[in-house]
Design a protein around this ligand. Structure first.
Ligand SMILES: *Cc1c(COP(=O)(O)O)cnc(C)c1O
Length: 227
């Protein structure tokens, strides 16, 4: 059976999350999004059998193919960069974490209008300012938050961020705290922005301490990904 140690890994991860949650003292609920990108449909299936209900994929087409092959009641999250010409394929996704520009926001809202049901999204923020990362700069969140009120095809559920790879703990912490402040700005502006998607296999403890409600975990659950 593939991924046979998933249950043990998951139990250990859940304990680690719970300890980090206690240390952080923020009282949030934390959900694991099992990142199944590059694996076949056996990965989301194994996740479901292990008791997970949320899975994340970073490419629309790859995810849609897996959705068709997996007979399980999973919530699918899009966590990777989305091209505007792919928004019409989003119907099977519960939450888009990677709304990273005003132009994509407009395209997502138009799609939500067209299908008669708004698209649930997170604003991806680039807190570290790394040129290699997409997303809104933190200083643009307030104005964009105001503008998004005029797009009824979207529901802004919170913020997603990615921290620099292999950065010192203090840097990770300040990036995650910066993302949390962005979500607070959106909430203050009247959006139901309660979700904070942050933390991957290498940095999820600090993310949870800083208030993550969704952690996106691949390697720590499934092992090294196929190339
Ligand atoms: C691949 C990916 C993850 C999971 O990465 P791991 O380090 O394997 O946990 C999380 N978030 C995004 C956006 C990803 O692309």
């Amino acid at each position: 059976m593939p991924f046979q140690d998933l249950s043990d890994r998951l139990a250990a991860v859940r304990e680690t999350i719970e300890r980090a949650r206690q240390r952080g003292g923020r009282g949030q609920e934390v959900r694991i999004v099992a990142v199944t990108k590059t694996y076949g449909p056996d990965a989301p299936m194994a996740a479901w059998q292990a008791g997970l209900r949320d899975v994340g994929e970073n490419r629309v087409q790859e995810a849609v193919t897996k959705m068709a092959a997996v007979r399980a009641d999973l919530r699918w999250h899009l966590i990777g960069h989305l091209q505007r010409n792919k928004v019409k394929q989003l119907d099977g996704f519960r939450l888009v974490h990677s709304m990273d520009s005003p132009r994509l926001a407009d395209a997502l809202a138009a799609y939500g209008d067209a299908r008669g049901r708004p698209v649930d999204v997170l604003m991806q923020v680039n807190v570290s300012g790394e040129g290699s990362k997409g997303g809104y700069g933190p200083s643009s969140v307030e104005a964009e938050g105001e503008r998004l009120h005029r797009l009824p095809g979207l529901i802004v559920r919170g913020v997603m961020t990615m921290a620099p790879f292999d950065a010192p703990a203090a840097t990770l912490r300040s990036v995650f705290a910066g993302a949390r402040r962005c979500a607070e700005q959106l909430s203050a502006a009247g959006h139901p922005a309660t979700e904070l998607s942050m933390g991957m296999s290498g940095d999820y403890e600090i993310a949870v301490e800083e208030g993550a409600t969704l952690v996106r975990l691949g390697t720590v659950l499934f092992g090294a990904r196929p190339a």
